[in-house]
Design a protein. Structure first.
Length: 215
């Protein structure tokens, strides 16, 4: 965690990066022509946040495989035949099963971008098939650009690289609040709401924040 952090009254998460309540994100990424801000001129890279693939809990991998026929229908022929996941599993105590795999990168982006339309093929298949993507679309993707590690909630380090981070829009917390509630329960949202109120009150008052730093 790079920036100042606020303490949380929660049994699992003890700190949250204060900037999640003030930094912004475009409200609808599907209507935003994302560019990489560290290039001159800015290079367009649609769905830039998906270019590296993502970590997938083993339970999520099983759920994706259970929906393989519907998801496969969204993909190009070459991606339908490709391996969707890297073969190596990695231990990670932050995930429910304790182990993760990464999605394969295919043609310069996550394998699930390999189709003729923008956005995640898992999400697209859920919309077109009228089924619930929760528990299937990886949680780490649904929370982006926020992330978590051990007892800390933070902004993903690559967030400033994308143009969607430099426009007016909702705060990072407000975009992800419902997902936090679903994944971790209403008690976490109550703690985050209290932290948000503290940060925003300090901002409005124009007073320096004296916030504890996460270790």
């Amino acid at each position: 965690m790079d920036g100042p952090a606020v303490s949380l009254d929660h049994p699992r998460f003890r700190f949250v990066e204060a900037a999640i309540f003030t930094r912004r994100l475009v409200a609808d990424c599907m209507t935003h022509r994302c560019t990489m801000v560290d290039t001159q001129p800015h290079r367009e890279k649609l769905d830039a946040c998906c270019q590296y693939g993502c970590d997938v809990d083993l339970r999520e991998r099983a759920a994706i495989e259970a929906r393989a026929d519907q998801i496969r229908g969204m993909l190009r022929d070459d991606a339908k035949r490709a391996d969707w996941f890297e073969p190596e599993e990695t231990a990670d105590a932050d995930y429910p099963s304790g182990r993760v795999v990464r999605t394969a990168v295919h043609g310069g982006g996550c394998i699930f971008l390999a189709h003729d339309r923008r956005g995640c093929a898992i999400h697209r298949a859920a919309i077109e098939g009228s089924w619930d993507f929760r528990g299937v679309k990886p949680a780490i993707c649904r929370l982006f650009p926020l992330s978590y590690e051990r007892d800390e909630i933070m902004i993903a380090e690559e967030y400033p690289e994308y143009s969607c981070a430099h426009v007016e829009g909702p705060s990072l917390y407000r975009i992800t609040r419902e997902t936090f509630a679903e994944l971790f329960g209403e008690a976490l949202v109550a703690a985050l709401d209290a932290a948000e109120a503290h940060v925003l009150a300090s901002e409005a008052a124009g007073t320096p924040r004296r916030l504890p730093l996460a270790p």
